[in-house]
Ligand binder design. Structure first.
Ligand SMILES: NC(=O)CCC(=O)C(=O)O
Length: 273
């Protein structure tokens, strides 16, 4: 199974519109998706992970048959490449308010090779300590563990987003639902990037899963993003890691490694609840 991790940079076009940024990202998908089974983009690239004041204006509706402005060009880009596309996440605008009365969520969207939506995941743990996401967004309430369509169907995948990484019980719950690989889009800043690198490896080791993690690079809203996207195997070995700029990782993984690791070193069987 070959995976492409597209670590996007906000770079010089930090003030680009949603349409301009989506066109730029679609070009990257068109260029890099061929030859890959799964392509992964980072969290909130169309709205800006920390551009809180722009979230409302840049929010996207996922209701109805047509994809919104940020995702429609990606549908066109992935068609014909043969890859499944994890589009990272968007600021989703819902018609009905959620339990806390808000209309926004941080929602990941996965497209099949025809560009149809096959999975969504509203982020459960909101980052901001009372500001940012907890102030403006509803929290997701459901674990999402799913078998992606072919050709990315070799492993059962658990979806999570950025700050979720700090909550190991989420990942253990996903393992209990069958997860063999965690896909984690992120907008994780540079000052805490060593925590990001460590937690990615910890989740891989403790849950004996592949971790596919796609962070953002560059700077926006005065925050420098951390980069260091990575693909990590179930033993915690880093198979590939990006630097701090825009970069695309292309990594071949052996899906059989999950079952082999869990058989050869059956630590999950020693849990005491
Ligand atoms: N977008 C996020 O969830 C940021 C998380 C973060 O910066 C941290 O956990 O540290």
């Amino acid at each position: 199974m070959r995976i492409a991790v597209v670590q996007l940079s906000y770079g010089e076009g930090a003030d680009e519109s949603v349409a301009e940024r989506a066109a730029r990202v679609a070009d990257l998908v068109r260029e890099h998706a061929p030859g890959h089974d799964l392509v992964v983009l980072p969290e909130l690239w169309s709205a800006g992970g920390f551009a809180v004041s722009e979230w409302e204006e840049r929010s996207q509706s996922l209701e109805g048959p047509d994809l919104p402005e940020a995702l429609a060009p990606l549908r066109e880009a992935v068609r014909g490449t043969g890859a499944v596309l994890h589009t990272g996440s968007v600021v989703e605008r819902t018609a009905a308010p959620g339990p806390e009365g808000r209309h926004l969520r941080n929602t990941s969207v996965v497209l099949d090779p025809e560009g149809e939506v096959v999975a969504t995941y509203p982020k459960i743990h909101r980052f901001g300590f009372g500001g940012g996401e907890p102030r403006l967004m509803e929290a997701g309430g459901d674990l999402v563990v799913t078998d992606l369509p072919a050709p990315a169907d070799a492993l059962t995948v658990g979806l999570s987003t950025c700050y979720d990484l700090r909550f190991p019980e989420l990942y253990r719950a996903q393992v209990d639902l069958g997860a063999q690989m965690f896909v984690v889009p992120a907008a994780w800043p540079a000052p805490r990037v060593e925590a990001w690198r460590l937690l990615l490896r910890a989740r891989a080791i403790e849950d004996q899963c592949f971790v596919v993690a796609c962070n953002t690079a560059g700077e926006h809203a005065g925050i420098r993003m951390g980069g260091f996207s990575a693909v990590i195997d179930p033993w915690g070995t880093v198979l590939a890691e990006a630097g701090t700029g825009q970069e695309v990782l292309s990594v071949e993984i052996d899906p059989g490694q999950v079952d082999r690791a869990r058989t050869d070193f059956p630590v999950l069987g020693d849990r005491r609840l």
